[in-house]
Design a protein. Sequence first.
Length: 276
Amino acid sequence: MENNGWLKVNYYLYKYIYIMILKNKTILITGSATGIGEAMARLFHAQGANVVIHGKEISDVRRVSKDLGDRVLERTDDLSDSQSPHNLIAATVDAFGGLDGLVNNAAMITRKDLDSSTPDIFNYDFSVNTRAPLFLIKSALPHLEKAEGNILNIGSINSYCGERNLLVYSMTKGALLTMTRNLGDTLHRENGVCVNQFNLGWVLSPNEIKSKIAEGLPEDWPQKVPPNLAPCGRILLPEEIARIALPWVSGETRPVSGSVIDIEQFPVIGRNPIKE
C-alpha cells in the first residue's frame, strides 16, 4: 500500500510539474501491471504518452488502467507463446496508429540452481526473457523506424555471473545483453532505431519483497539491508528506475545506442569491498 501510494504521488508530480516529453507518443512496456513496469507506465502516461498496460493478471492490468484513465490499452498476452510478440505489436498499432518506444521489461525469475534446473524451466524462461524481446523488436521495427523510435531492454547485473540459485535467469539476461549490443549497432545504423539496456541491481519491487519473505527473511527486511548492499540506507525503488528510464525512452539520449548501463548504488564490475 505504501509503495502504491508513492507511485501515485510521483505520477501527479510528473503530470503537473514536468514537461510532457512523451506527448502523443505511444510506448509499449511489457510487464507493466506491477513493479518496475508499472512505475514506468504511470510516469510515461503522466508525460503524455499512450501506454500499453501489459501483464499476466487481468486484475493487475485493470487496476493500473483504471488509475490512468484514457490513452491506455489493456493486454494480457502470454509472452511464452511464440505468436504473442506479433499480436501485441499489432494490437498496439491498431489502437494508437503507431509505436514510438518499446520497453522489454517482463521477465520470469525462476530461483533454481544446476541441480534443480530442468529443460522445461530452461525453455520457458528463455521464451519469456529472451525470445519474446527479440521477436517483439522484429515485429515493432517497421513502426519504430518510421517514428525514429527507441528500445530499452531491462536486464540484470546477474547477466555477468549471477547468484547460484538464479542460474537460468542469469543466462537469459546474458543473452539479452548480447542481443542489445548486436541490435544496438545494426538497427541504429540501418534503421535509425536506438537500442539500449539497463542492467538493474537490487530493486524493491512488490515481487521482490514477497520473494525474500518466502525465503525466510522477516517482513521488515527492507529496513535491515546492510550498507555494503545499500549504501544510501535502502535499495532502489521502482519509481527511481522509471525516472532514469524516461530520457532513454523519449529519445533524449539519442544518438547513444548499443549501451548497457548498470543501475546500482555501487560499481558492479571489479568491486572489492573491505572484508570485515
